[in-house]
Design a protein around this ligand. Structure first.
Ligand SMILES: Nc1ncnc2c1ncn2[C@@H]1O[C@H](COP(=O)(O)OP(=O)(O)OP(=O)(O)O)[C@@H](O)[C@H]1O
Ligand SMILES: [Mg+2]
Length: 450
């Protein structure tokens, strides 16, 4: 594997040359830039393992180079050269992501050691990313299966924002994996060791949901016989998942917003404010923007929740993942139910790919489970399919994509078979539907042993 090079940035020609010379013993290529602007152009073009940059330069300075380096490639290490005795600036550079700083006049041996260490750390990151990438391609992150570009974008975003404290609004139809994504964000975040607390905001009265969220003190309302902490307190240091947030009563929305802005909560019937340290994730299958327009969802809360928005595609928008999901669930349920089901045949799979999946992944999961449980043989066939999936539906574009690249004979064979089934075995109707002469159809039926 070719290693990423080092970039040396300094507008002082003599110093730049001596820096390059000092680093030449290291086992990677070195590129030099005579200023910040040139460095930015190079960084936009390719990846560098380590950037050594002077801080004070005419025009674009070292901070801008640092920002460009971090933005272009997260694994890039930056070593900043600072003026003698300018500790404050050095600290600022480290805060903005520099790995090391070296004071001027530069001790070349010290610089070399720091760049060498940065290179090694960078190599480790790259190796780790490679391995993780391989594993994720096979297993998905956190059990989220999806190779379709739409899902890959979702997963990239999950990875990117998991480590931050940003509120995330997860949108998607029922059964598309909103809760799975919420849990993945929590599990990939620094809060992973603290609780993940989910609350369903649908179908609860104002009083109940507020007592659940904020807690209450004894006597706050009839039935409040003891003090009770709410989910905000219970989730301290962790993540609070507000499911079906679109259903939250308006009065509760105002109180929730206050808690989020003040980062403090008061239990019902209590004046004492308790500090809140939770990350909030929210999900809904409702059109929140529409609810804002209708006046049933507060706009300020909407904006507060959607610092980051993740939209999950419906299953029919990513049919290429159906095969993977089927295999994933098949393995899961054969173990769970101790059944000897090994695989699913092509016909049954094609039917699953073509089906419309109004209930998305959850419906698919249930379908596979029921097929595994009721399976008679060790290969699932069309006969094992639930009846609503069995009924042939018009084929759409995406389903054809799934068939692309398969041997033509196989496609034709299946196509004739399905059409024959549709017409109840009537060869005349089948031939007409397929635009074949009856003779040709007859020959193909024999040829394919149908
Ligand atoms: N990409 C995926 N890979 C593997 N399993 C998935 C995926 N998406 C969803 N699932 C599974 O499908 C089921 C439904 O997912 P989940 O509960 O996260 O959906 P949801 O969007 O929250 O649905 P609802 O709106 O009905 O609450 C779960 O069992 C989940 O594990
Ligand atoms: Mg859910």
């Amino acid at each position: 594997m070719k290693r990423d090079p080092i970039l040396v940035v300094d507008d002082d020609d003599a110093l730049r040359e001596s820096l390059v010379e000092a680093l030449e013993v290291l086992p990677v290529e070195i590129t030099a830039a005579a200023g910040g602007a040139e460095a930015q152009a190079l960084l936009a073009e390719r990846r560098f393992a380590v950037v050594v940059t002077d801080l004070v330069m005419k025009g674009v300075d070292g901070f801008a180079v640092l920002a460009a380096a971090k933005q272009s490639y997260a694994n890039c290490r930056v070593v900043m050269l600072t003026g003698h005795g300018s500790r404050d600036v050095a600290v600022q550079a480290m805060e903005q992501g520099a790995t090391y700083y070296v004071e001027k006049p530069v001790d070349l041996a010290d610089l070399r050691a720091k760049v060498k260490k940065s290179l090694e750390d960078h190599q480790k990151d790259v190796a780790y990313d490679d391995l993780r990438g391989q594993l994720e391609r096979v297993f998905g992150i956190e059990g989220i299966v999806g190779q379709d570009p739409k899902m890959q974008r979702v997963l990239a975003l999950v990875r990117q924002i998991a480590g931050t404290a940003a509120s995330v609004l997860i949108l998607g139809a029922s059964g598309t994996g909103k809760e799975l994504v919420a849990r993945a964000i929590h599990n990939l975040s620094p809060r992973q060791k603290r609780p993940f607390v989910a609350i369903n905001c649908g179908g609860m009265s104002e009083g109940t949901i507020e007592s659940e969220l904020f807690g209450h003190v004894k006597g706050a309302f009839t039935g409040a016989v003891v003090d009770r902490e709410g989910k905000f307190e219970y989730a301290a240091g962790g993540t609070l998942f507000l499911d079906e947030v679109g259903e939250m009563p308006l009065a509760t929305q105002i109180k929730l917003l206050r808690v989020l802005e003040e980062r403090a909560v008061a239990r019902l019937g209590d004046n004492k404010l308790r500090p809140v340290d939770v990350r909030v994730l929210a999900a809904t299958n409702a059109d929140l923007q529409q609810k804002v327009k209708d006046g049933t969802f507060r706009q300020d809360l909407y904006f507060r929740l959607k610092v980051v928005t993740i939209e999950l595609p419906s299953l029919r928008e990513r049919r290429s993942d159906i095969k993977l999901l089927v295999e994933h669930f098949l393995q899961h349920f054969r173990k769970l139910h101790g059944k000897d089901v090994e695989s699913i045949d092509r016909d049954a799979l094609v039917a699953l790919v073509q089906y419309d999946w109004p209930g998305n992944v959850r419906e698919l999961r249930n379908a596979v489970e029921s097929m595994v449980v009721r399976a008679r043989g060790n290969i699932l066939t069309r006969a094992d399919l639930p009846p609503e999936i069995w009924a042939p539906l018009p084929v759409d574009q995406d389903a054809w994509q799934f068939l692309a690249g398969q041997p033509w004979q196989e496609v034709e064979r299946n196509h004739i078979r399905v059409t024959l089934e549709l017409t109840g075995g009537n060869r005349q109707k089948t031939a007409r539907a397929m635009g074949l002469s009856e003779r040709t159809l007859y020959r193909k039926i024999r040829e394919y042993g149908l």
